[in-house]
Ligand binder design. Structure first.
Ligand code: SF4
Length: 333
């Protein structure tokens, strides 16, 4: 689409319209909305709640919740020192020891673990009972991954994102100096917010290590439906845009994966927390900007980025706003 330039000295020149296309699925996921509803219902400035860790990987929301009596603490000691009598498990989940420790200290526990994360925790336990060595595809420092490993409660488990992080370096049955081959039964689950394409690359390599000589490999795709939907919506967008902005807190794994999806398809994609990080050079020569947002990014943060692109760079915002929110949407379990 083209429009006549607004430049009064150049009335007849035609310039392409600069516009914003928003992914058809983006921002808050069902699990984060649910966790925020639970915590906001439970807390007040007089009756404060301390989520252990970040309730949400979004600094703007963390700031807003502080005013409502919700303030994160790194651990139970810190929560007690700050005088909290009530603590919470975030949507990412936590190992069972946290609930037991809170009980011992007489602290009330509010559990906002996303049911889709609970499903992975239960699955991990089941796989371990069935004799599998458990591999969790994900970031070993992430609270969700640590929680899943804690629920599995076994030495026969590991978190890894690269094959080199596994405790084996050879195929089953391969022998020789320095060769360590995997056990007979290995199961793979994923952090819920990972990228399906990257999971499959990892899974294929792991399978090739495990299955020779009678090995058994089981892949359980536990990437959650809302994460997959955001990635698929972005894939539908990439052919139409020159640059992609993925909005979300810097610690948000699923926002980082969205930027990865764009970059992997050849569209320069930037993970930003707010409009303040947008650099003019990114938009040079771009006529269409794609906007997406991670599962913990609230609508007003997305709207601020869209408004900034319109006001500062003259991009036309999408008709009808950033998205229709379906309050009744519940993902498949
Ligand atoms: S990203 Fe998925 S698993 Fe995580 S809170 Fe949202 S719905 Fe739940």
């Amino acid at each position: 689409m083209t429009t006549v330039s607004a430049d009064p000295t150049n009335q007849n020149s035609i310039t392409p319209e600069r516009r914003i296309i928003v992914a058809d699925t983006l921002g808050y996921c069902w699990g984060v909305r649910r966790a925020l509803d639970i915590i906001e219902e439970a807390a007040s400035p007089e009756n404060r709640v301390a989520p252990i860790g970040d309730i949400i990987h979004n600094p703007q929301v963390v700031q807003r919740l502080r005013g409502q009596g919700v303030e994160g603490a790194p651990d139970l000691d810190a929560a007690e020192r700050e005088g909290f009598k009530r603590v919470a498990i975030t949507a990412h989940g936590y190992g069972p020891q946290l609930t037991e420790a809170a009980k011992t200290r007489g602290l009330e526990m509010i559990d906002t673990t996303c049911p889709l994360v609970t499903k992975v925790q239960r699955l991990a336990q089941k796989l371990v009972r069935q004799g599998y060595f458990l591999v969790v595809y994900g970031d070993d420092y992430h609270p969700e991954v640590r929680g899943v490993l804690n629920w599995a409660n076994t030495g026969k488990s590991v978190a890894a994102k690269k094959i080199e992080q596994l405790p084996w370096n050879a195929k089953r049955g391969e022998e020789g100096e320095g060769k360590i081959s995997p056990p007979r039964k290995v199961a793979l689950v994923s952090q819920t917010t990972k990228n399906i394409d990257e999971l499959m690359v990892f899974a294929n390599k792991l399978q090739a290590m495990v299955v020779p000589n009678g090995g058994e490999f089981r892949l359980c795709n536990t990437i959650c439906e809302p994460t997959t939907e955001r990635q698929e919506a972005l894939k539908r967008l990439v052919d139409e845009v020159d640059v992609i902005l993925a909005i979300g807190g810097k610690k948000s794994s699923n926002t980082a994966r969205l930027a990865d999806v764009g970059n992997a398809r050849g569209v320069p994609s930037y993970h930003i927390e707010s409009e303040a990080e947008i650099q003019p050079g990114w938009l040079e020569g771009a006529t269409t900007v794609g906007v997406t947002a991670g599962a913990s990014t609230p609508d007003d943060v997305i709207e601020e980025v869209v408004a900034y692109l319109a006001e500062t760079y003259g991009f036309t915002p999408p008709e009808g706003g950033i998205r229709p929110v379906d309050p009744d949407y519940v993902p498949a379990f």
